[in-house]
Write a protein that binds this ligand. Structure first.
Ligand SMILES: Nc1ncnc2c1ncn2[C@@H]1O[C@H](COP(=O)(O)OP(=O)(O)O)[C@@H](O)[C@H]1O
Ligand SMILES: N[C@@H](CCOP(=O)(O)O)C(=O)O
Length: 321
């Protein structure tokens, strides 16, 4: 459970007194997520998610995320809508943390998506990229290639306690990634964390996207590479080419991939795996005392990196275009 900050009844009541959401009926910490403290809030006007922003979220960047969700929802994307208080702001403070309330989305996330779900995800991702085209704000990706070496340095001395040889192969991968990271690809707003736990389905129909707190301005194809990693491998590193092919085709059907993006897919997928391996490794080695959180296993992404190292071109990811 990711709850880093406890919220007392009194603090909750004082916070909610600024909103027109009615009386609280229940309030529970949510047993998923690793980044922020999330609570399911039920009031007599409906269900909401209350988030207290924690470690990786820079307060100055919160308006980007909040305005982006509002923009995407207005453009027709099924995503949470920030709720404004009576003063007209969606961002407040609770228990010393920045905090916001967003609308609750129905649906369940899938632990074992099939190729059909992956196709739907690809199409939704391209829809998100299209919906974000006219979003006026910009946020650089602070977890892109330039951030990976400094992250690794934080974990380097202990990396081999997690898996033998991890430090050496990570150093070698970083050398390759830093030397060949693509620039100039079509860019705009990307989600940057569209894992299965951030996508809801009702039956087999994709019903919503959540968790925009890594969203930033970066290459669209990098976003696709992140989701290929997250949706198309088993935890033991087994790759499902049918799922990846379906996801890429679903994306391409909505927004045609350019030849440069197709050519860059293997290096983008390798970089995406590195980004999540590293943040997981740092978190794995630094669980805050008293936090109710289950850190995610960095070795799942170490195994994906082995696949990406051997990949030759986009056809290895199921691209047939
Ligand atoms: N708008 C929402 N509607 C429904 N459930 C949500 C919503 N936002 C978050 N959740 C629930 O809270 C969990 C954690 O949210 P998430 O934003 O992924 O947290 P974190 O950023 O801390 O990882 C999700 O897996 C989901 O179960
Ligand atoms: N998706 C990342 C961690 C961020 O967690 P989320 O719950 O916000 O998706 C990972 O799996 O490492």
């Amino acid at each position: 459970m990711a709850v880093y900050t406890d919220v007392s009844d009194e603090a909750l009541r004082a916070f909610l007194s600024q909103y027109d959401l009615g009386a609280p009926l229940s309030f529970k910490g949510i047993a998923e997520g690793v980044e922020n403290s999330n609570f399911l809030l039920r009031t007599d006007t409906g269900n909401y998610i209350l988030t207290l922003y924690e470690k990786r979220v820079n307060e100055a960047e919160l308006p980007f995320f909040i305005n982006l969700m509002g923009h995407l929802a207005r453009a027709g994307l099924a995503c949470p809508q920030p709720v404004r208080n009576r003063a007209g702001t969606a961002l407040g403070r609770l228990c010393g943390r920045p905090a916001a309330i967003v609308t609750f989305l129905d649906g369940v996330s899938l632990s074992r998506p099939n190729a059909g779900h992956c196709r739907a995800l690809g199409a939704a991702l391209a829809g998100l990229h299209a919906a974000g085209r006219d979003f006026p704000m910009r946020r650089d990706n602070n977890l892109s290639v330039g951030a990976w070496r400094p992250l690794f340095v934080q974990a380097e001395a202990q990396a081999d306690t997690v898996a033998p040889g991890l430090a050496e192969r990570t150093r070698a991968d970083l050398d390759v990634l830093e030397a060949s990271w693509p620039v100039g690809l079509p860019s705009g707003v990307i989600h940057a964390d569209l894992f299965t736990d951030n996508v809801f389905f009702i039956g087999d129909t994709l019903s919503g996207l959540i968790d925009f707190y890594f969203a930033c301005t970066d290459a669209f194809a990098y976003d696709l590479a992140i989701s290929l990693n997250a949706w198309c491998f088993d935890p033991d590193g087994t790759f499902h080419r049918d799922k990846a092919g379906a996801m890429i085709a679903g994306y391409d059907a909505v927004r045609r991939l350019e030849p440069a993006e197709v050519a860059a897919l293997p290096i983008l997928a390798r970089g995406a795996a590195m980004r999540f391996m590293l943040t997981r490794l740092v978190d794995w080695l630094n669980v805050p005392a008293g936090a109710l959180v289950q850190p995610k296993n960095p070795l799942e992404y170490d195994r994906r990196l082995a696949f990406h190292r051997a990949a030759k071109d986009a056809r290895d990811y199921g691209w047939v275009g």
